[in-house]
Design a protein around this ligand. Sequence first.
Ligand SMILES: NC(=O)c1ccc[n+]([C@@H]2O[C@H](COP(=O)([O-])OP(=O)(O)OC[C@H]3O[C@@H](n4cnc5c(N)ncnc54)[C@H](OP(=O)(O)O)[C@@H]3O)[C@@H](O)[C@H]2O)c1
Ligand SMILES: [Zn+2]
Ligand SMILES: [Zn+2]
Length: 453
Amino acid sequence: MTEESNNDAFHANTEPAKTQGNTKYIAQAGSEPGKMGETNPDILHATSNGAEPTTVDETPPASVHANPKHKKTEASNQPTSYVTSEPPMGDSKQDIFHGWLATDATSPLKHQSFTPKTWEETDVDIKVTHCGVCASDLHTMRSGWGETLYPVCCGHEIVGIAIRVGSHARPGIKIGDRVGVGPQGYNCHKPDCSCCMGGRENYCPNRIGTYGERYPSGAGISYGGFADSTRHNSNSVFNIPSGLDSSSAAVMLCAGATVYEPLKEHGAAAPGKRVGVIGLGGLGHLSVLFAKTMGCQHVVAVSRSEAKRSDALALGADAYIATADEKGWGEKHASSLDLIICTVSDPRMPLKEYLGLLRPKGTFCQVGIPEGPLPQLDTMALVLNGTSVCFSDSASPGNVREMLGLAAEKGVRAWTETRPMGEIGEVVGEMEKGRARFRFVMVNEGNDERMKQ
Ligand SMILES: NC(=O)c1ccc[n+]([C@@H]2O[C@H](COP(=O)([O-])OP(=O)(O)OC[C@H]3O[C@@H](n4cnc5c(N)ncnc54)[C@H](OP(=O)(O)O)[C@@H]3O)[C@@H](O)[C@H]2O)c1
Ligand SMILES: [Zn+2]
Ligand SMILES: [Zn+2]
């Protein structure tokens, strides 16, 4: 059951959906008349057809790397821009969103208008209420994995309300539904794509990331969730089950999914399996939570210092290793684990010692993505131990749905700290300093009010 079906308060304020052309629209739910239509009409009409990124700088008060005293602007919490009392005419000329964009690797984030990808009838527009801050956003903002396509609006742990649903969208998404998007904004679903046809959409060679990628079809560029609204292919849009709070759901759509799939695939719940989780951040804390929820008998949290011990145990970890504080940890805990999920992305990580924690035939799954090469592998040691080293990218839609369902059923809650969307610049600085416990979630407070979540 979706949130939409049991949220009477929300619907009491919602005008009936209107249909125009092939696309369903909804007037802004519960909005105050005076707050409608604040989008600058000049900007709207100056916009191109969406093939190229069109952005208009509106305010630059947030910083990517520094931690400036940022005065929250009203614009940062504006309700969705283009959904005015007069619905758009199905003409992409009118589509303008607003968000916090990185324009290069070092400048402060800027609050700007931008043109989303060209509307297609398979798309869904989402009014963003929540968006988690993933370390991948930081890698991307600073071009850590290679030159980013700027300007980029990051954020791929998105939850919000479906406000426009294409006539050929995946069945099951209705206007007003609480929905979300993870790191993948598009998978091809072509009959000759073995990944899409085989339930491995997360490895589709034609996939498009939720932000910072150009659609080969010429539909423009993908923009993420540090924005008022976001547009993605309906196959990448998930209904959020009722009973799962929006912050948790947002964080699960990337961090949770990325660890859920390898935990499942490598049998974390098998009897007697001992699972290690290295790096207790966004991905790491959800690894502990999901491993225990899935029924893993023994979970060991591996962190650098003692600082996160009590949190790790509260999350459900059965044991804790502090690599910087515990002398001789590598030898002491050698050959004690069957599966490791490693979320660390620092290329200087003690990989040899991490691998030494595995029993014979154990599996080391690297999900953290360093900005440089991993340390050299000791092939002989790995051969003698029969170790499998593997990597994993997010999760298939099937596994995402399964994870969300499990989380709702078992009452799993991510550990999050919500902050107003306008503070994204500060939050990025705090995250770089390792202050997340365990995930910051940016909230569009104006949009969120109606969700009562
Ligand atoms: N494969 C995928 O599909 C996928 C999806 C999402 C994210 N990612 C990547 O996964 C990585 C982690 O993301 P995240 O959002 O979980 O980041 P995060 O919240 O910053 O957590 C990373 C954790 O790594 C540990 N760490 C940091 N520096 C370290 C160092 N020098 N040595 C050892 N450990 C260190 C810290 O844990 P302790 O304080 O406990 O030591 C930190 O909390 C990023 O590279 C991200 O891009 C990959
Ligand atoms: Zn992510
Ligand atoms: Zn495909």
